[in-house]
Design a protein around this ligand. Structure first.
Ligand code: SF4
Length: 904
């Protein structure tokens, strides 16, 4: 047994992990107590990383097809890379360099990013390289550059401990950045005077900690921030000295803000004017105010303006460049920052240089020893796939991302992929939504198998280290890019230079480091040895520095021509797609607590399914009642771009007239093209980030009377392989979903249709769940369409399929999940009754997935305890252990504890 220190590969908190390994396998993951991002803490996703490394679905060897109608066949690395190099060279020669594109990812390491960027710009000669960070962070980039002069988050995690007011806008950090949120909870516990303001249309788990929740109408953030500025000015809470000494452009903003009275803004935002005034006073009067923000601001057609309007508040009050103060964008991906730093986005160049600056282009060309960097703008993510659909781009190389799930307007994106001349997919997995479109699949080494660096939200560069050899024939991303580049260079120029002859990621880091010299991202003081010795460091970290820079702009000098920050006088613009009589609901998208992105990785871990076991759209209970709907009804959701079927759930935290659908659901778990069948491809004019957060929809109960639910534990124990087989059946039903069951190593299929399926379908599903043997209990009533089968494994329910009447599903699933003895129930197991057998207790919704503790036990324990909410919570934790491991469930536990006090 030995251990390796590395970094979590999920979110931008960038937690340090210690990987335990034995006999060439990763056996466990722990939080690194020395890592300054998390000091030993991990959330549920981080704690289960070791369960994501191997298993069914990994891409293990290169695959290639010459004919779209044929399946890909296994080939050698040489054959795959030569084929792609031939095709790219032919397309570039015939149609020019902009006929190819690279779509990369915030999950790549910095070294991978660098290699792809150099490949696209220095060798191919195109700026058609963009990252999926375009979908999450480009508005933050544009906001910082427009106001502070550079794309640099000025604050750090430690500022949470020093803040007197924390404004959390458009971020459900409790679920999306759980370890960071633990730090906010700690700060609040240590300092009850700390004011927390949460701006979010939904009452999220994050809003539960807020002293003030501003449940604004979606997309009205700019109006809110201008309204707060108006109030700050009225109440003399602006810092005239700071404005005078360190900024420019305040007069124009002041004039604009006069038109945003708290009263008019309150009406626009759908909040009370008093709430706005309170927020402004808390922000203005705080000794230090910190803003944390994320997709709610960024994923918007006015995302850059939202960012800039929030930064205005910091500049106007001088809440920046001091401990506890500053605007602080949270990154969604583990290395979104690395992509920004290495310029691996269509409109950026390496080291925070600008593509539209001739001097910057010339400098990069000189450093890379190429004649020029093309000035033609590259295509950003949404534009790239539109160009692919039109045929302007003919070949696309997709690395470490899943556009057939994550881009908006999926029907158009999938058309683009289907029509492309060549799709190359480089990924750790062979079963993503994008994989069926790939003509060439290149297996990439995954987390735990590769070396390099990542940068987290607070500019902290951490080492990522390999603990085991790569699976199968998988190779590190940087190496794949460089091997391809050398082949392409020979075809285009008749020789391969040493430009891509890297033999280790450290050589790439060293070259990248030199390109930051003198820039605001300067890391000339870092190399792998320094990071190994001194631990993770925040940029800038210049040559000779003993450590990095926690906080920027402490001297009030900004990276602009005159050293002054700029105010942004940007008017409020409403969301791109208004609701109307035809599409009357506002759809908001967001995250689940225990899942991540398209669930290609987190969806492989059974435990992570406990908290949200099946896809659902959340509606306000009043909307459900008004429309005669009930939780569990299958709804048809429709936007102007597409439709999907999904079950309804009630959530009082969702405002009336709104609907909330997690962004994770794609066609691997839900029939149809997933949530992004509905979303809008309209982008911000400056950041080019699409408005993924919001669109207008209509919804109605689906007329799908035929129902089926099947669940079971495969006899061979390989739930992932069984899930893949079940997944293949999703398109056969108008509505269907498939998931892992958190307990019993099982798989669940739920389906609904307008009529009973064709002959043979039910038999096939029985076979899939191994419900076709002689030991299976059966009931059939063809006249009523009721068919039930149950397989027992000794005393326990091992699998079941209920077609037609499914009223016994809830208790049967409890028997399966809890492994309760069931054999004695005999024929009752087949009875169409919702009444559970005597003595069986349902666990209810699982709240604590670490310890598998359900709502029933928690509510019982809280109710039996005495004292205030904290005392009851402590007693429940002692009794049940809930919330004692990763802590992600603590916001929900606190809410239940408060409810128990109220009930008492
Ligand atoms: Fe990973 Fe969770 Fe830390 Fe994010 S908060 S880096 S997902 S352990």
């Amino acid at each position: 047994m030995s251990e390796v220190h590395s970094t979590c590969c999920y979110c931008g908190v960038g937690c340090g992990v210690i990987i335990d390994r034995r006999d060439g396998r990763i056996t466990g993951v722990r939080g690194d107590p020395e890592h300054p991002a998390n000091f030993g803490r991990l959330c549920g996703k981080g704690q289960t990383l070791h369960e994501t490394v191997g298993g069914h679905g990994r891409a293990l060897f290169p695959e290639l097809r010459h004919d779209r109608a044929a399946p890909r066949a296994r080939v050698s690395w040489d054959a795959a890379l030569d084929h792609v190099a031939d095709r790219f060279a032919t397309i570039i020669r015939q149609h020019g360099p902009d006929a190819v594109a690279f779509y990369v990812s915030g999950q790549l390491l910095t070294e991978d990013y660098y290699a792809f960027n150099k490949l696209a710009r220095a060798l191919v000669g195109t700026n058609n390289i963009d990252s999926n960070s375009r979908l999450c962070m480009s508005s933050a980039v544009a906001g910082y550059k427009a106001t502070l002069g550079a794309d640099a988050p000025p604050a750090c995690y430690e500022d949470i401990d020093h803040a007197g007011c924390i404004l959390i806008a458009g971020s459900n950090a409790a679920w999306a950045h759980p370890v960071l949120f633990r730090r906010i909870e700690d700060a609040k516990a240590k300092n009850p005077d700390l004011k927390i303001i949460v701006v979010d249309p939904r009452r999220t788990a994050t809003a539960e900690i807020a002293d003030l929740h501003l449940a604004i109408q979606p997309g009205t953030d700019v109006a809110l921030f201008h309204g707060m500025l108006n109030a700050l000015l009225r109440e003399n809470l602006a810092d005239a000295g700071y404005i005078e000494a360190h900024t420019r452009g305040f007069d124009a903003l002041e004039t604009l803000a006069r038109g945003y009275s708290p009263e008019s803004v309150a009406e626009t935002c759908g909040i009370a004017a008093d709430e706005l005034l309170t927020a402004a006073r808390w922000f203005g009067n705080a000794r230090a105010a910190l803003s944390l923000y994320c997709m709610g601001l960024n994923q918007s057609s006015a995302g850059a303006d939202k960012n800039a309007a929030l930064i205005n508040l910091h500049l106007a009050t001088g809440h920046i460049g001091r401990p506890g103060a500053g605007p602080f964008s949270l990154t969604g991906q583990p290395n979104a920052m690395g992509g920004r730093e290495t310029g691996a986005m269509a409109n950026l160049l390496i080291g925070h240089r600008d593509l539209d600056d001739a001097a910057d282009r010339a400098e990069v060309a000189r450093l890379w020893d190429v004649p020029e960097i093309p000035a033609r703008p590259g295509k950003t993510a949404v534009e790239m796939f539109e160009a692919l659909r039109r045929g302007d781009i003919r070949a696309v190389w997709i690395a470490c991302t899943n556009p057939a799930q994550s881009l908006p307007a999926q029907n158009a994106v999938r058309d683009a992929l289907a029509n492309a001349e060549l799709v190359v997919l480089q990924d750790i997995l062979a079963d993503t939504e994008t994989a069926p479109y790939a003509d060439v699949l290149l297996p990439a080494a995954g987390w735990g198998e590769k070396e390099g660096t990542v940068t987290n939200s607070e500019r902290r560069i951490s080492r990522v280290r390999a603990a085991v050899a790569a699976s199968g024939e998988a190779r590190p991303d940087w190496r794949i890019a460089c091997d391809f580049a050398m082949r392409l260079e020979r075809r285009l120029h008749g020789r391969a230079s040493s430009r891509f002859a890297f033999d280790h990621p450290e050589r790439i880091f060293d070259e990248y480091r030199e390109m930051t010299r003198g820039r605001d991202t300067d890391i000339t003081g870092l190399d792998y040895a320094a990071l190994d010795a001194g631990g993770p460091q925040q940029w800038p970290c210049t040559a000779g520095a003993r450590e990095g820079t926690p906080r920027l702009y402490e001297n009030g000098v900004f990276p602009t021509a005159d050293g002054r920050a700029r105010f942004a006088a940007v008017p409020y613009r409403p969301v791109a797609e208004a609701v109307d009589a035809r599409f009357p609901f506002r759809l908001n998208t967001g995250r689940l607590r225990d899942q991540w992105h398209g669930m290609t990785r987190s969806g492989r871990v059974a435990r992570l399914w406990a908290h949200a076991p099946e896809p659902a759209v959340a509606l306000n209970p009043a909307d459900l009642a008004r429309r005669g709907l009930r939780a569990g009804d299958i709804l048809r959701l429709e936007s102007r771009r597409g439709a999907l079927h999904v079950a309804a759930t009630a959530d009082a935290g969702v405002a009336p007239g709104q609907a909330f659908l997690p962004m994770h659901w794609g066609s691997r778990y839900l029939s149809g093209a997933g949530v992004n069948a509905l979303t809008l491809p309209v982008t911000d004019p400056r950041s080019f980030q699409p408005e993924l957060k919001h669109c207008a929809i209509r919804l109605a109960k689906a007329a799908l009377p035929w129902r089926l639910v099947a669940f079971g534990t495969p006899r061979d124990g390989d739930a992932l392989a069984r899930l893949a087989q079940v997944r293949a059946w999703l398109p056969r039903f108008e509505f269907a979903s498939c998931t892992l069951t958190a307990d019993a190593g099982g798989v669940l299929l739920r389906a609904a249709a307008g009529a009973a399926p064709a002959a043979g379908v039910l038999e096939a599903i029985h076979a899939l769940f191994e419900l076709d043997g002689g030991d299976v209990l059966q009931y059939a009533d063809p006249a009523r369409g009721n068919f039930r089968r149950i397989r027992l494994d000794g005393e326990r329910v091992a699998a079941a399929c209920l077609a037609g009447d499914g009223s016994s599903e809830p208790w049967l699933r409890e028997f399966h999940a809890q492994g309760l003895p069931a054999a004695a129930l005999g024929a009752m197991l087949l009875a169409p009754t919702a009444r559970a057998p005597a003595g069986m207790a349902s666990r209810g919704r699982i709240i604590c997935s670490c310890h598998g503790v359900g709502e029933t036990a928690i509510v019982g324990s809280l109710g039996a305890a005495a004292g205030d909410a904290a005392a009851r919570l402590g007693a429940a934790q002692q009794q049940l252990l809930c919330g004692t491991q990763c802590g992600s469930c603590l916001p929900e536990l606190r809410k239940l504890a408060a409810a128990a006090v109220a009930a008492a």
